[in-house]
Design a protein around this ligand. Structure first.
Ligand code: B16
Ligand code: MG
Length: 216
């Protein structure tokens, strides 16, 4: 029986894809490294430093650790400036209704995000106080597909893994949910995932007949 739902943040609650893209594009242009939306798609759900490694794998020079750190900091400063434009209007369709419905049913809700900017983003969109627990990139050592972020979120809700469902837009996140032994729901790009227990086109479908809750 599902007693808690853990939501990924970027791509599930709010779409910051374009902002990540713009910030990484700035770094890639500065360094003369090829970068496009297909490469950006590979960064979904992946930590900042791992994202940088994916981008630098196309570079013609080798970067030192200090140089990598500096690039990651520059990207984040650029990205954080872009986050200033976020508002409640950027909450993805169906999210607020889903949160309301789950709360009405006494289902606990958490955020399980790889982003170190998760709390800042939640504050900007007015949802910082809406969740029973928030576990983000500052709380974890290993990023998705490692299950750490979801295991910690489940523990913070006081629930066993089998009592938790995870909603994810990234394949790495679906794998993390399965590695955590939780019920994995794929939306957006992850709606094509073969590893997900259930796939939906968007979060608003969670509301339809509460199919995933009835399943358990
Ligand atoms: P930051 P999620 C992830 O968030 C993003 O999908 C991914 O593109 C980003 O690289 C990662 O957070 C780290 O973000 O640089 O802000 O710490 O989808 O796990 O909520
Ligand atoms: Mg995501």
């Amino acid at each position: 029986m599902i007693k808690g739902v853990i939501f990924d943040l970027d791509g599930v609650i709010v779409s910051t894809d374009d902002l990540h893209f713009e910030a990484w594009q700035f770094i890639a242009n500065q360094e003369g490294i090829p970068f496009d939306r297909t490469i950006n798609h590979q960064l979904r759900g992946v930590s900042r430093m791992e994202s940088l490694e994916i981008i630098l794998s196309r570079a013609s020079k080798v970067y030192s650790n200090d140089e990598k750190q500096s690039l990651a900091t520059q990207k984040n400063e650029f990205y954080v400036r872009l986050l200033d434009q976020l508002s409640e209007a950027d909450i993805l369709p169906g999210v607020k209704e889903t949160i309301r419905l789950l709360k009405q049913q006494n289902i606990k809700i958490a955020i399980g995000s790889s982003s170190k900017n998760a709390r800042k983003i939640l504050k900007k969109i007015g949802l910082l106080d809406s969740f029973d627990a928030i576990i983000d990139g500052n709380d974890i050592t290993y990023s998705k597909p490692h299950p750490e972020v979801f295991i910690k979120a489940g523990q913070a809700l006081g629930l066993k893994p089998e009592q938790c469902a995870v909603v994810e837009d990234a394949e790495a996140g679906i794998l993390a949910a399965k590695n955590a032994k939780m019920f994995a729901i794929g939306i957006g790009p992850a709606s094509l995932s073969k590893m997900a227990d259930k796939t939906l086109l968007g979060i608003n479908e969670l509301l339809v007949g509460q199919a995933f809750l009835d399943n358990k």
